[in-house]
Design a protein around this ligand. Structure first.
Ligand SMILES: NC(=O)c1ccc[n+]([C@@H]2O[C@H](COP(=O)([O-])OP(=O)(O)OC[C@H]3O[C@@H](n4cnc5c(N)ncnc54)[C@H](O)[C@@H]3O)[C@@H](O)[C@H]2O)c1
Length: 345
C-alpha cells in the first residue's frame, strides 16, 4: 500500500532551508505545502523555486495549510512559539540545531512536545552518516579514553545574528554543537565542562572594506569569541576536548580523533576511518548523506520507522555549550551538566 506523502511546511527559508527543500522536492514521500519567513520575499522565493504557498506568519500558515509536519530553519534566537504553536496543533517538528539560544527557551518547547506527543527530530545530520554510524558501533564495544573534537571555520558567515551572542550564541552554540552532539553519540553523556574563550582577530572593518557574500573577515559589531576551547569529562570517565575557531584562514575542517582500547578512530566531516586490532577501515559518505536526517523524520511521521534524534537529544547537546559559557562566567571552574539541564531530563 502506498503511504500518503507527508505535507510539509517550512519555517525560516534562508540558507540551510534550501538543502531540506531540495531534498523534499526530490522525494515522493514529501509534499511542500507552504513556506514561511518573516521576510516574505524569502518565503516567496522558496515557494517559486520549490512549491507551496508563501506566508510571513507561521500561525497563519499552520491554520490555513494544516501541515502534517514542519521543518524549522530559523536562527538560534528565533525558536519557542514556532514549535509550541505547532505542537499544540499536533504538527510534527523537524528543527535545525541548535534547538534554542537558552535552556529556558528549550525547556518550554520540551514541555510542549512531550505534552502533545508530536514526533520530533533535530538536524544533527552527522549522526546519520553511514561511516560514522559504523564507527559508533565499533566504539560501543570498547572503552573510550579520549574524544578530541574540532570545528574550524575559515571566516564568519555574513549574517547579522551570527555576530551577536544573544541571537546566535556564538560558534560554540551555533556550530560546534554538531561536534558536541556527535561526541555524545560516540561516547555517551558528558558529566562536566570547563570552558575558555578568546578573541584573537581584529574584526573591525578597514576603512575601504567592501563586504563580500559568504564568509567574511571583518564585521561591524562583532561581539562573539572567535576562538574557544572546552575540556569535557564524560559520564564513562572518558576525557574530551573541543577546539573551535572562526579566525579567517583557508579551509573548513571539522572532525574527531577518538582513542579507544585497541582502536584509533578519525572522523573527518561525514567520513570515518580507523585502525584497530582487527584491521583497518575507511569509508567516505555518499554525496547525499546529509538528506538522511530529514528522510528518517518523514519515515517516522509516515509510521515507517523511528526518528532517532528527538528534541530531548537537542536539549542535552545544547546544555554542553551552555555549560561551557557558564564555566567561562565562573572563571573557568568546572560546570556539571546536571546544573544546566532541566530536572526532568
Ligand atoms: N545542519 C546543518 O548543517 C546546518 C547548516 C547551516 C545552518 N544550520 C542551522 O539552521 C539555522 C538557520 O541557519 P541559516 O544559515 O539558514 O540562517 P539564515 O539567516 O540564512 O536563515 C534564517 C531565516 O529565518 C528567518 N526567520 C527568522 N526569524 C523567523 C521567524 N520568527 N519566523 C519565520 N522566519 C524567521 C530569517 O528571515 C531567515 O530567512 C541555524 O540554527 C543554523 O545553525 C544548520
Amino acid at each position: 500500500m502506498d503511504l500518503m506523502a507527508v505535507r510539509l511546511g517550512f519555517v525560516g527559508t534562508g540558507g540551510i532551508a534550501n538543502r531540506h527543500l531540495s531534498c523534499a522536492q526530490k522525494s515522493e514521500d514529501m509534499e511542500i505545502v507552504a513556506t514561511c519567513d518573516v521576510v516574505l520575499d524569502r518565503a516567496q522565493e522558496a515557494a517559486d523555486k520549490y512549491g507551496g504557498t508563501a506566508y510571513a506568519d507561521f500561525v497563519e500558515m499552520y491554520d490555513a495549510e494544516k501541515p502534517d509536519a514542519i521543518v524549522i530553519c530559523t536562527p538560534p534566537f528565533a525558536h519557542g512559539d514556532i514549535e509550541e504553536e505547532a505542537a499544540k496543533r499536533g504538527i510534527h517538528i523537524f528543527v535545525e540545531k541548535p534547538v534554542a539560544i537558552s535552556m529556558e527557551m528549550a525547556k518550554g518547547v520540551l514541555d510542549a512536545v512531550r505534552e502533545y506527543e508530536v514526533i520530533t527530530q533535530v538536524g544533527y545530520m552527522f549522526r546519520l552518516s553511514e561511516p560514522i554510524r559504523k564507527a559508533q558501533q565499533m566504539l560501543s564495544e570498547r572503552a573510550i579514553a579520549m574524544v578530541q573534537a574540532h570545528y574550524y571555520m575559515p571566516g564568519l558567515p555574513n549574517k547579522g545574528w551570527w555576530t551577536k551572542l544573544d541571537m546566535g550564541g556564538g560558534q560554540l552554540v551555533e556550530q560546534a554543537t554538531h561536534m558536541l552532539d556527535l561526541g555524545r553519540f560516540l561516547a555517551g553523556d558528558v558529566r562536566s565542562v570547563i570552558g575558555k574563550v578568546s578573541t584573537v582577530h581584529d574584526w573591525t572593518p578597514p576603512a575601504d572594506y567592501e563586504e563580500p557574500a559568504g564568509l567574511v573577515s571583518f564585521k561591524e559589531g562583532f561581539e562573539i569569541p572567535d576562538t574557544t576551547a572546552l575540556i569535557l569529562e564524560y559520564e564513562s570517565g572518558a576525557m574530551g576536548t573541543l577546539s573551535c575557531s572562526l579566525v579567517p584562514q583557508v579551509k573548513w575542517d571539522n572532525g574527531f580523533k577518538v582513542v579507544a582500547e585497541g582502536a584509533l578512530v578519525t572522523i573527518d566531516g561525514p567520513n570515518a576511518s580507523w585502525e584497530s586490532e582487527d584491521g583497518e577501515y575507511e569509508e567516505a559518505a555518499p554525496g547525499d548523506w546529509a538528506d538522511a536526517v530529514l528522510t528518517q523524520f518523514v519515515d517516522a511521521v509516515q509510521g515507517k520507522g523511528e526518528a532517532t534524534i528527538p528534541y530531548e537529544e537537542g536539549v542535552r547537546s545544547l546544555a554542553i555549550s551552555l555549560a561551557g559559557y557558564e564555566s567561562v562566567a565562573r572563571g573557568n571552574a568546572p560546570v556539571e551538566l546536571a546544573e544546566i539541564l532541566p530536572e526532568d531530563l
